[in-house]
Write a protein that binds this ligand. Sequence first.
Ligand SMILES: C[S@@+](CC[C@H](N)C(=O)[O-])C[C@H]1O[C@@H](n2cnc3c(N)ncnc32)[C@H](O)[C@@H]1O
Length: 252
Amino acid sequence: MFSYYGALSTEVYDFTKPVGYSIDGDIEYYLERLKTCKGRILEAAVGSGRFMIPFLEAGYIVDGIDYSPEMLNSCRERCEERGYNPNLYEEDLKRFSLPSNYEAIMIPTGSFCLIENREDSLSALKCFFKHLVSGGRLIVDLELLHGWKTGEISTSTFSLPSGDGIMMESKSIEIDWLNQKTVSYIKYEKWRKGKLIETELQRFAMRWYGIEEFKLILESVGFSEITCSAAYNYKQQPSNVSQIITFEAVRK
Ligand SMILES: C[S@@+](CC[C@H](N)C(=O)[O-])C[C@H]1O[C@@H](n2cnc3c(N)ncnc32)[C@H](O)[C@@H]1O
């Protein structure tokens, strides 16, 4: 019934978040945090390269992993247009095995929260740990739960350069307090000269974590030197639930 980051979702993502489009300063923050990194970097949930390509442009060796073929195709195209040919792996973060180990693994903008189940997110963290070299670092953003209203609908329309338009309607379906997740449905409709030509329905689940809880999970996987920062200010304590929380942790 559902698609996950399919063709229309990718088209909207690419239109609204072009390469190098910084979300609240995420690209600048990660570039600064990784400025001493000399080795290979992995972006987990790389999407269509908004975040990865500025790292390639800055001279880093970056691989990407994502489970959406549409997002990866767009990423590949945008890289090729700029003369880059990074390793892009079509894999699920829940269980993956790549040929390289990394000096850093980064997963910005709350994409980690898209892993819906507790067991799967633990398994993803174990995979990250396994793919880090000794001394390697995981940098992961989390979004906290805020502003949820079951039943709320928001609608946006995008006029594409081709003359077509995409209407995106997001409906907040349910909140599961016990399992710490919300589910929304996102309906995409592509219109041409007043006629509906393509549609797509995405199930969008987000899991949230307590700050202390996530630190304990990272410790249980074996990470150390764990720091937590808010709103892309290194080691700034969170003061507001709408802030992005960034954890950094080292595999010793
Ligand atoms: C919001 S996009 C972020 C893309 C990119 N990191 C950025 O910041 O622009 C989220 C991406 O996570 C990917 N994703 C979500 N769950 C995943 C999973 N379990 N395994 C692999 N990729 C996943 C989606 O396919 C999508 O491309």
